[in-house]
Design a protein around this ligand. Structure first.
Ligand code: 5GP
Length: 135
């Protein structure tokens, strides 16, 4: 795969406002924040989408997401936030290197807007079985 902008940030070729780094993970402020404190958490492994990420890299991210989220909340004086993780152009992904958005929701409702269109689960038993069989 080609280098994404985040690969360049990982290599230090493009600057970022870093908030956390370990051997497997980097976190930095989003350049166009939806709200104050909007932070991106990325694995160092260069997977485009999360379904292509290794278990180890996923575990490394999972280990630090709660801690980084707590720090974002504490620094911005917020209590609510969304974790957003887009995969694929149709799902709003613009940078093809796995990333989690931590987006604080401020008291004035500055934060992630969500259009949620709940449907009805028709074939739950069959669908769950089908997904489980592919794990
Ligand atoms: P996506 O839509 O792919 O989930 O989100 C990509 C995010 O990366 C966007 O929120 C965008 O503002 C952020 N972004 C894109 N380029 C840069 C950059 O060069 N530096 C930083 N810090 N964030 C970036």
């Amino acid at each position: 795969m080609g280098d994404s902008i985040f690969t360049k940030i990982l290599r230090g070729e493009i600057p970022c406002h870093k908030v956390y780094e370990d051997d497997h993970v980097l976190a930095f402020l989003d350049i166009n924040p939806i709200s104050r404190g909007h932070t991106l958490v990325i694995p160092k492994e260069p997977a485009e989408t999360i379904d292509k990420l290794s278990d180890d890299a996923a575990a490394a991210i999972g280990r630090v997401l709660p801690r980084i989220s707590r720090a974002v909340l504490a620094a911005t004086g917020t209590q609510a936030f969304n974790l957003l993780q887009n995969n694929g152009v149709a799902a709003h992904q613009a940078v093809f290197h796995v990333h989690f958005h931590i987006i604080p929701m401020h008291d004035d409702s500055t934060g992630l807007g969500i259009v949620w269109r709940p449907g009805k689960l028709a074939d739950g038993a069959e669908l769950a079985k089908s997904i489980a069989s592919k794990l």
